[in-house]
Design a protein around this ligand. Structure first.
Ligand code: R5P
Length: 294
């Protein structure tokens, strides 16, 4: 097994290679003056199982095309199997036709990667794991929630109350609760499919005086967490923190969340950011070691 160091996940890929005890394949890459991408594997993958570690956060389309080009390069240069490790899988939220006339973006991405030469995909906390079942190759999603919860345990926050900002993410909060050992609950969130605007309510939640950690898969604009923090304050929570797997943190999201009274934002390095305090390297390398020995 050799690890191809995807340009979008350099640091994480290096850590994964070290923990997996696998050789690294450096990548030369550039963007041509007209905007087109170029990649080249800098050492041989002939006869090897090639594992590309490349996230697909913003700029999503460039990172996706680099991933596809790397898979093609690995195939053409003799790799026997190509596994894409994509810590943040772009376009996963458009996993069905919500409105007439739409496409299903995540399925388009799966088809594109298959034709580029990917045989297997490993991602982390994909928005809906069921979307991966439609991929034309084996694809699975690991969970980084226990690692995030352990971060809070290491900060002395065992028994903190875990909150999911909507019912759909309750399974995430429940995984965190298993590690933290305190209470767990969820808000109700509604989204207008035309305007994208959301509204939340916290009916029946008892968090008075509690330290609460809001767990979600993604923080994008921060609107969901700002709304949740406001409700928690109204309900008398003593301290509010937030954790997410994918800290996209678009624009001034981080500032808005902190201004809303959230004391700390904790994310993973699936998306390199100031909030990436928990590395996915141990989780990914454990999975790759199992593949190696399997
Ligand atoms: C949506 O269902 C996701 O789980 C997140 O709650 C959402 O993507 C967060 O978006 P934002 O930070 O823009 O509110």
């Amino acid at each position: 097994m050799k690890i191809i160091i995807g340009p979008a996940s350099k640091e994480l890929a290096e850590k994964v290679a070290e923990l997996t005890n696998a050789e690294k394949i450096p990548v030369a890459y550039k963007t041509f003056p007209d905007g087109e991408a170029y990649v080249r594997l800098e050492s041989s993958v002939q006869g090897e199982h090639a594992v590309i570690v490349q996230t697909t956060c913003a700029p999503q389309d460039s990172n996706l095309i680099q991933l596809a080009f790397l898979a093609d390069a690995a195939r053409r240069n003799g790799a026997t199997k190509v596994t894409a490790v994509v810590p943040y899988l772009a376009y996963a939220r458009q996993d069905k036709m919500f409105l007439q006339g739409e496409n299903v973006s995540i399925e388009t991405v799966g088809g594109m990667l298959a034709s580029a030469g990917v045989n297997e995909l490993i991602t982390v906390n994909v928005h809906q794991a069921s979307a991966l079942a439609k991929f034309p190759f084996s694809a699975r999603s690991l969970s980084a929630i226990p690692l995030l919860a352990e971060y809070f345990v290491s900060k002395g926050m065992r028994k903190a109350f875990v909150l999911s900002p909507d019912k759909g993410a309750l399974h995430i909060a429940q995984q965190a609760q298993l590690v933290l050992g305190g209470g767990c609950g969820h808000l109700e969130k509604q989204r207008d499919r035309y305007t994208g605007k959301t509204s939340q309510t916290g009916k029946g939640l008892d968090v008075k005086g509690e330290s609460v950690i809001i767990f979600d898969d993604i923080i994008s604009t921060g609107g969901t967490i700002v709304g949740a923090a406001k409700i928690l304050r109204e309900l008398g929570a003593a301290h509010v923190y937030t954790a997410c797997v994918h800290p996209l943190l678009i624009g001034d999201a981080e500032k808005r969340i902190l201004d809303a009274g959230v004391e700390e934002i904790v994310g993973t390095d699936s998306v390199p950011s100031g909030a990436s305090k928990v590395s996915l390297a141990p989780l990914i390398s454990k999975e790759l070691k199992a593949l190696k020995s399997g």
